[in-house]
Design a protein around this ligand. Structure first.
Ligand code: NAP
Length: 321
């Protein structure tokens, strides 16, 4: 049963409720964006399942410090990655594959800091589209054989792409305008496009590989609040609001991602956008106080297929189907 938005558990409670403590020992997971904020809590919760973790990070020494007590060197390994560079993603994938032939879980959590002005990566792509979407698309493609190889009847392989409520603001630009080539750059639109792309990637992975035991979900962490109120989920700042509207701590902002990543409810399933620990409903009214709805464009097989093909062309890969 989906959890009530008013009684959303912590990520570690999700692990316990699903009887997953130590149950994934011997299996491997890759988590991007693990070196700050919600990423640290994803590491902490997934470590409790026994998974061995590969953590692609921009700076290994800094990541070790920020992960603090969540870092366990005997069960975690860093790989250096710069998500703004497709070459760096290719290099990181090579290192990951050199460590394991089977990956049961890929969590795409990394996100670029939105820039008020249009910025292009050195590959020539708008920064948010490039780092939030293209880098994860390429990483998935390069790790796909290992993800397929790891799938087992008791735990089929999963890809979790962390998206955002903000995707509702905008779908995909047209093919010739992913990088705002036609002008009109807006940081919020660029972020929304990249987060819609995250959801479309998950939906299309499910469509293409679900029957082969490789599933994908997208998740919304919810608005993360300032560090000052991490301990009480913002209650001191917004005593009359639920965390879903007031904002969440990094810990609770991780719950939905962990639910999708290891929750038994999602075994052998995918292609859904999860928000606040529920399968988000299509918006049918303007009342959305808990942000548990999706937008009309959240599911769009035609646009999902278009993005997939365009992304293959951009990263220089051929379709395998
Ligand atoms: N924060 C929110 O309110 C919110 C709301 C809804 C959804 N989300 C989604 O939740 C996810 C995590 O958000 P967050 O707020 O926890 O993110 P964050 O604190 O901004 O952390 C981003 C992570 O990505 C890494 N990163 C950034 N640029 C990179 C690059 N070029 N190469 C390699 N790594 C890079 C950062 O590494 P370093 O720190 O080591 O540089 C960090 O670990 C994102 O997908 C975001 O869209 C967030």
């Amino acid at each position: 049963m989906p959890h009530s938005v008013r009684h959303e558990p912590t990520p570690l409670e999700i692990v316990k409720d699903n009887n997953m403590e130590g149950k994934l020992l011997g299996k491997w997971a890759v988590i991007t964006g693990s070196s700050s904020a919600t990423g640290i809590e994803i590491v902490r919760a997934l470590a409790a399942t026994g998974l061995r973790l590969i953590l692609p990070v921009p700076n290994q020494a800094e990541a070790m410090v920020t992960l603090g007590d969540a870092y366990h060197p005997n069960r975690m390994e860093f790989v250096t990655i710069d998500h703004t560079s497709l070459d760096s993603v290719r290099e990181a994938a090579k290192h990951i594959i050199s460590k394991t032939e089977r990956i049961s879980l890929l969590v795409c959590n990394e996100t670029a800091t939105p820039s008020p002005d249009l910025q292009l990566t050195k590959d020539g792509f708008e920064v948010q589209f490039a780092t939030n979407h293209l880098s994860h698309f390429l990483l998935f493609q390069l790790l796909k054989p290992e993800l397929l190889a790891a799938s087992r009847p008791r735990f089929q392989s999963r890809v979790i792409v962390v998206a955002c409520e903000e995707h509702k603001k905008h779908g995909l630009n047209e093919k010739s305008n992913y990088n705002f080539e036609k002008g009109g750059y807006d940081a919020a639109v660029a972020y929304a496009q990249s987060k819609t792309a995250n959801i479309y990637m998950a939906n299309e992975i499910e469509r293409r590989y679900g029957t082969r035991g490789l599933h994908a979900l997208s998740t919304n962490s919810g608005r993360i609040i300032a560090a000052a109120s991490q301990s009480d989920d913002g209650k001191s700042l917004h005593p009359n609001l639920q965390p879903e509207t007031a904002g969440k701590s990094c810990v609770r902002g991780t719950t939905t991602t962990i639910w999708g990543a290891i929750g038994s409810e999602w075994e052998s399933k995918g292609g859904r956008y999860l928000s606040h620990c529920a399968d988000a409903r299509t918006r049918d009214s303007e009342e959305d106080i808990y942000g548990t709805t999706c937008a009309k464009h959240t599911y769009n097989p035609v646009e999902e297929a278009r993005l997939w093909q365009d992304s293959l062309d951009i990263v220089g890969l051929l379709d395998d189907q």
